[in-house]
Design a protein around this ligand. Structure first.
Ligand code: DC
Length: 225
């Protein structure tokens, strides 16, 4: 059976994961957070205790790592690294910076391509990331490019981290976001860019409910749901 797929791409902090998760729930699709998969690989490399760029030069470093995902009864995606549930650990601020570097490596992208496609072959999915509409699921039924200004994205991330007790200053978060945007857009492999047939949704001035409504309306229309 052909499964339906919604690809959501865009820069860090545009609200992709929150919106994609909520939309998947409404549509009864599986939500696949591909950033979490990259984060898990980054954590695995970080835990070797060696310089990540050096470890990546060793061709066997990825095969030695057991990365897999699973869904709990509430439909939440859990990430496992060598059998350990690292769903929370991969959200640490320092992992974000390493992940951007790790995700730019062609071996890592090739290693994770099938993991992601497999999900779309087996389930109706809402999948979010950076290259879902362009590389992973070029034939997705609906493609959305979700964005917001860097300042607004930094503000949202700040509030999110603050809730977890992380006191990283706003200015540092903004600088990190700008740096990550640059890295993600300018890398030679699978750079962050809008698919030609993607619908752009800028959420700078929209709250979460307005963004979700816009997204769900679009997808329902396209998929005749
Ligand atoms: O969405 P996120 O912040 O969890 O993503 C973490 C990093 O992984 C970010 O630097 C971009 C990268 N990434 C990617 O290159 N391709 C994806 N499909 C998803 C994330």
């Amino acid at each position: 059976m052909e499964h339906r797929s919604v690809a959501i791409d865009g820069p860090a902090g545009a609200g992709k994961s929150t919106l994609a998760r909520a939309m998947a729930q409404q549509l009864n699709f599986r939500y696949v957070d591909t950033g979490a998969i990259y984060r898990t690989v980054a954590l695995g490399l970080y835990r070797t205790g060696q310089d990540v760029s050096k470890v990546l030069e060793q061709p066997q470093c990825l095969e030695e790592m057991d990365v897999h995902m699973d869904y709990d009864a509430e439909g939440l995606q859990h990430m496992y690294l060598n059998g350990e549930d690292v769903t929370t650990a991969i959200r640490e601020h320092y992992i974000s910076a390493i992940t951007s570097q790790v995700a730019a490596h062609p071996n890592v992208r090739a290693f994770l391509l099938e993991v992601q496609r497999k999900q779309a072959n087996l389930h109706d999915v809402v999948m979010d990331g950076r290259d879902i509409g362009t590389v992973v699921l070029p034939h997705a039924d609906v493609k959305v490019y979700l964005t917001a200004s860097p300042e607004e994205r930094a503000r949202r991330r700040y509030l999110e981290l603050e809730q977890k007790g992380d006191t990283t200053p706003m200015e540092q978060i903004l600088q990190d976001i700008i740096k990550r945007d640059e890295q993600d857009k300018n890398r030679p492999i699978a750079p962050l860019r809008q698919a030609e047939d993607a619908v752009v949704l800028d959420t700078t001035t929209l709250n979460q409910k307005e963004s979700l409504d816009a997204l769900v309306t679009l997808v329902r229309e396209r998929l005749s749901l």
